[in-house]
Design a protein around this ligand. Structure first.
Ligand SMILES: NC(=O)c1ccc[n+]([C@@H]2O[C@H](COP(=O)([O-])OP(=O)(O)OC[C@H]3O[C@@H](n4cnc5c(N)ncnc54)[C@H](OP(=O)(O)O)[C@@H]3O)[C@@H](O)[C@H]2O)c1
Length: 358
């Protein structure tokens, strides 16, 4: 396992991490959750991801019990939670100072922890002034209950606003963002956030690197039993990932990619995870798994990374055919100074983001 810095922060996270969405407190029992977490830990994972919303807090309880009983040293672990969806009543959700504080205290209690390493605003809250949220996060940091705070699925503009407010009032700016990123979902990480890596020093803890399992190739011939697609009827948008009109073009690509992975002597899942890690702006890719074997095989990705040579990446790019395109906004975002100074390296990086990480 290799470790990467979380953006410009000093903190180091394992390049592959493990999260509990849909599994802990829901799809798998406590013993299996424990076995999966131990398998991840044994493979060198130091970052475990959670949220108040996962199984309505049950996921944090399950993880908390495992952490308490495991006896792993707290100072080697990076544990996160997220605030936004706490409950149905007015003050049980969103990013008001009250809910940010209440959710943090509840997460610490459920996970038997004194502090969270990473605390995310799970979505932007348009009903709360960003200054209120930034100040609440700053205060939690001052109190030692949180070490680094960040956002999840915020737009580049929203992150920049939080950063600017923090700088204006001498508060702690966000350190990291948690966006979806995988071979089929690239725009935010490769294009929208581009300026933020430089200006903010943003780290990313990307989610669904296997597109919920689609990028393992196991859906190539239909939906298997005992899979995420067959286990979560209560989440309609999830099913659209795996079947129907929208899914078909993606499945066609995955079939071609699976053949390429076979030729290279690696699993489709290992290729998809290794591909995410070729992007240096990814601090860690948070994997999910419902079985110990999945954890073990996913964690073998590091051994296969060298197979993604420039030629192989070109081949993958041809199959994917979804490299994010430059927009007028992005060209504008470069700033007139870059054009005036003729900073062609920077301009080219914006126009062809992928050239910067090959
Ligand atoms: N911030 C956010 O908004 C947000 C949103 C979603 C997730 N997350 C975080 O990101 C983490 C990972 O997301 P994710 O669970 O969607 O990740 P993922 O790695 O894309 O998908 C994980 C699922 O794919 C299947 N799978 C994984 N490895 C496999 C393998 N080797 N072979 C066959 N099937 C395999 C398993 O499902 P089955 O076995 O059930 O088919 C597993 O639960 C979450 O746990 C959570 O911590 C954050």
């Amino acid at each position: 396992m290799e470790y990467r810095r979380l953006g410009k922060a000093g903190l180091q996270v394992s390049e592959l991490s493990y999260g509990s969405w849909l599994t802990f407190g829901k799809q798998i029992d406590e013993q299996l959750a424990k076995d999966c977490m131990y398998a991840a830990y044994d493979a060198g994972v130091n970052f475990f991801d959670n949220a108040e919303a996962y199984a309505n807090g049950k996921s944090e309880e399950v993880m908390g019990k495992i952490l308490r009983d495991a006896g792993w040293s707290r100072d080697e672990l990076v544990i996160s939670s997220k605030v936004f969806w706490g409950g149905e009543k007015p003050n049980q959700k969103g990013l008001s100072r009250k809910h940010v504080f209440d959710a943090c205290h509840a997460a610490l209690k459920r996970m038997h922890l004194d502090y969270l390493d990473l605390y995310f605003c799970h979505r932007p809250d348009l009903d709360t002034p960003v200054e209120e949220t930034v100040r609440a996060m700053h205060d939690l940091i001052q109190q030692g209950k949180v070490l680094y705070w960040g956002t999840s699925e915020w737009s580049a503009q929203e992150i920049m606003e939080a950063y600017s407010v923090a700088r204006q009032y001498q508060l702690t700016p966000p350190t990291m963002e948690q966006p979806q990123y995988n071979m089929l979902q690239r725009t935010k990480v490769e294009r929208d956030y581009y300026k933020l890596y430089e200006v903010v020093g943003l780290g990313t803890t990307v989610w669904s690197p296997l597109a919920s399992g689609l990028l393992t190739g196991k859906y190539n011939n239909g939906i298997p039993e005992d899979s995420r697609a067959s286990s979560h009827d209560d989440i309609p948008w999830l099913r659209e990932i795996f079947e129907g009109e929208k899914a078909q073009p993606k499945l066609d690509k995955v079939k071609k990619l699976t053949r390429l992975a076979d030729e290279l002597g690696m699993s489709m899942a290992n290729m998809a995870l290794a591909w995410c890690l070729t992007n240096p702006h990814v601090s860690t890719a948070i994997t999910g798994a419902s079985k110990v074997d999945q954890v073990k095989s996913n964690m073998q990705t590091s051994e296969h990374k060298s197979k993604l040579t420039t030629d192989v990446l070109d081949e993958i790019e041809k199959i994917l055919d979804n490299r994010p395109q430059c927009s007028a906004v992005l060209i504008w975002g470069l700033g007139s100074r870059d054009w005036v100074l003729g900073d062609w390296k920077k301009i080219t990086q914006y126009l062809f983001p992928v050239t910067t990480w090959i």
